[in-house]
Write a new protein. Sequence first.
Length: 412
Amino acid sequence: MPRYSKKLLLDDNQKNSIYEDTKDFISYIYEDYDFYQSLVRLLDKGKTDAVIYKKVLQKNIDELWVRKIEEALPYLDTALRTVRKDIKEVEEIKPIELSRSITVKSLQHLATHTNFIDSIDEKGNIIPNKILNVYKDEDMLTYENKFINTLIYKLGLFIDVRYEKLKQYGADEVSNVMSLDIETKVVDTQVKMSITIQTKDGVDEQDTKGNINIFEDMTKSSLWLRVVRIRKIIQQYQASQFISQMGKAYIRPPVMRTNAILKNVHLRQCLELWLFIESYESAGFEVESSSSSEKPNNELMENLYKLLSFQYVIFRKNTSDKIDDVITDSKAKVRYNARFKKMDTEEFTDEYEFLNPNVKKVYIEQLSRKNTKLTKEELKIRKAIERALKSEKMYEAEQKKAVLDKQKSKEK
């Protein structure tokens, strides 16, 4: 049975204590043995190259599309919760024994369809075998509801395309690489030591869990967290009962400006969001990477020298079964004066294509590429967009003409 350990959570005091205790432990062994002090001096006299190299990969998201969607969410939420329903009459001819809803219209229908009359009794009462039933039913497939259903579908695609592209580049990342090379001579033994330490810290926030407050002010949060939030909100809308009932009842652009849409503030804001995502052609983000290098500070170098001297003793004992006699009477101060190493950046930065330290490159991927030949599928999409825009302009022109004609008729 495998054993699983719980994650150890440390506060700041505990973390500082661990660091200080580690330094004290190293210093205790170092100061207790003249051997290690002499060995560190030999390391310091040798040829030492050291560098700390830092690289940053960051996604710069265009706030415009994020803000537009956030501003429209309260209106979209209200529109979803107050869906419009039409009352329609449903007519159905049923056997008389199954009929429950008989109205004046049922009698009028029977009068014109005498074939449904079974018999007439002695008192002149008509006994039908079938009769028209008229009852009222709610219809959700209104144009406005189809508009909201289509908007949520298009909004989901709009966000998912950008979200997946952002995830493709991975999390925002800060990476530190330290490289240290030492060449020295211990008694008659030539010694070369190399150590490389690399850390990568992702700085993306975790996914939002639980219920989300759409009215929450997110302007002070990171753009990535805001993207994750609006994506989850739209996913919750897509899983709602309303969307399930509507199914694939979509509308075809352009959107008709019905009175219900134009006079309802929530639907009007939804229409503005529709027009925005239809006109937004940018990828919505850019990926920026930068790098820099610096010399390690004395505290880091001091502790690394001491640790390397410990490792040298262990290595020497296990490979040659001896410990070198390096104790000297020298009391010279250790300088930790390593040369600034020129690191081969390609070794550590192939993934991000850095050219050299202190270089900043910006990678921009546009959904609509310029100066490149479009594929057949992209040409179809462009033609569809052009047709939609043309239809939109024709509709607006007709509306303006109708208003002008109405004004002229009133003047006459």
